[in-house]
Ligand binder design. Structure first.
Ligand code: UD1
Ligand code: UDP
Length: 362
């Protein structure tokens, strides 16, 4: 069996980390195609080093742009590639524009689409990722879910249950694999911070970065946080933070460049709490038993709230600070969700070997 795996943006690299070796071990040939959606060294190269990912066989150089520009550019190049290569399946992960582009390009060439992390729903269509998830799932021949709730979401949207397989969360598997190495880094010390003596923040969703009033509320909360804050700033957010009083050289809010995966795990594991609007960070904080405050109106990672690891507070100064107080006082002994373990990618390999049934009529 021969598959091609599409990657393009930071969370994709982390999700395929455990997958490539597991597929290879199962006798499945797996090549990576990198769309180039993320291209800075700190957003892409560092993940290949940290996760020991093989070089992508193809690099499409799509880059940044509006949603249509970026998705269409990736589709055109993926269509060319798939027409020549004709793999047995195209594996797509997560919910970024490269995921959607892969699914759309493959389905019309009758290449079966396999979606890893299928079925998550925020029910918030202002998020581009919600559109990407919904469309990708409708086009997929095999839907591999990280939580049982995702199976129910998919069935509710009319997906044939025979196509759905609950395999668990690859993001969690990656944490388990890399945590021992990450812990040795003690990354917080490089920023002059002590273990459990700081809050780690990441903010990059357009719903926050592109609304000055929301970003102002978030910035106010970070400035008033009871502990020092370390804030590795995503390139989308970087041009906007200074307008809200977050400037380099501040003592209590340390602005940093985006960090690599191992440093990020180390920083999350050692933080007293995490403030984020990232999907992946909500899951990682849950795995690492670090309490999380999610600065969004909705989350597709509801399981992290259900187990007691996370709270959804929106982008309001008072609510973020109240959420932080609660998080800092909380017990950290919540249970890890079902199948968030070290066998997720083996289950994915088995699901592929069990066969990918083409969509009706194909
Ligand atoms: C994308 C995903 C989002 C994911 C995030 C992970 C979509 C719709 N969004 O958002 O779901 O959470 O990646 O980080 O796919 N930029 C750089 N260097 C880079 C990459 C981006 O400077 O290497 C800047 C560019 O100005 C670009 C902006 O960041 O316009 C946004 O990049 P883009 O990939 O469009 O979306 P993200 O916000 O990164
Ligand atoms: N991440 C990282 N360095 C950073 C910020 C995030 O390594 O400076 C990692 C994070 O630990 C997780 C992944 O990037 O593994 C999540 O990506 P991101 O938050 O960009 O996207 P999302 O998960 O929200 O789609």
């Amino acid at each position: 069996m021969r598959v091609i795996i599409v990657i393009g943006a930071r969370p994709n690299f982390v999700k395929v980390g455990p997958l490539v070796p597991a597929l290879t071990a199962a006798g499945i040939s797996a090549d990576l195609v990198h769309t180039g959606q993320h291209y800075d060294a700190a957003m892409s190269d560092v993940f290949f080093e940290d996760l020991r990912l093989p070089e992508p066989r193809w690099y499409l150089g799509v880059g940044s742009g509006t949603h249509a520009t970026q998705t269409a550019a990736a589709m055109v190049k993926l269509e060319e590639l798939l027409s020549v290569e004709r793999p047995d399946a195209l594996v797509v992960v997560g919910d970024v524009n490269s995921t959607l582009a892969g699914a759309l390009a493959a389905v019309k060439l009758h290449v079966p689409v396999v979606h890893v992390e299928a079925g998550l729903r925020s029910r918030d269509f202002s998020m581009p990722e919600e559109v990407n998830r919904l469309v990708t799932d409708q086009l997929s021949a095999l839907l591999l879910t990280p939580v049982r709730e995702a199976d129910e979401n998919l069935k509710g949207e009319g997906i044939d249950p025979a196509r759905i397989r609950f395999v668990g969360n690859v993001m969690a598997e990656s944490v388990l694999e890399h945590l021992p190495q990450a812990r040795e880094r003690r990354a917080c010390e490089r920023y002059g911070l002590a273990r459990d003596g700081y809050v780690l923040a990441t903010i990059h969703r357009p719903e926050n970065t592109d609304h000055p009033e929301r970003l102002a509320e978030i910035a106010a909360a970070l400035r008033e946080c009871p502990l020092p804050v370390l804030f590795p700033v995503h390139p989308r957010t970087r041009p906007r933070v200074a307008e809200h009083g977050l400037v380099p050289g501040m003592e209590d809010v340390i602005l940093a460049d985006p960090v690599g995966y191992l440093d990020m795990l180390s920083l999350q594991a050692d933080a007293a709490a995490v403030v984020t609007d990232s999907g992946g960070v909500q899951e990682e904080a849950c795995m690492l038993h670090t309490p999380c405050v999610t600065v969004r109106r909705s989350t597709e990672r509801r399981i992290t709230i259900e187990v007691g690891a996370n709270r959804l507070v929106g982008a309001w100064r008072d609510k973020i600070l109240a959420g932080l107080d609660e998080a800092l006082a909380s017990m950290r002994d919540w249970p890890v969700p079902e199948l968030w373990d070290d066998q997720v990618s083996s289950r994915i390999a088995q699901a592929l070997l069990d066969g990918v049934e083409p969509l009706p009529g194909v």
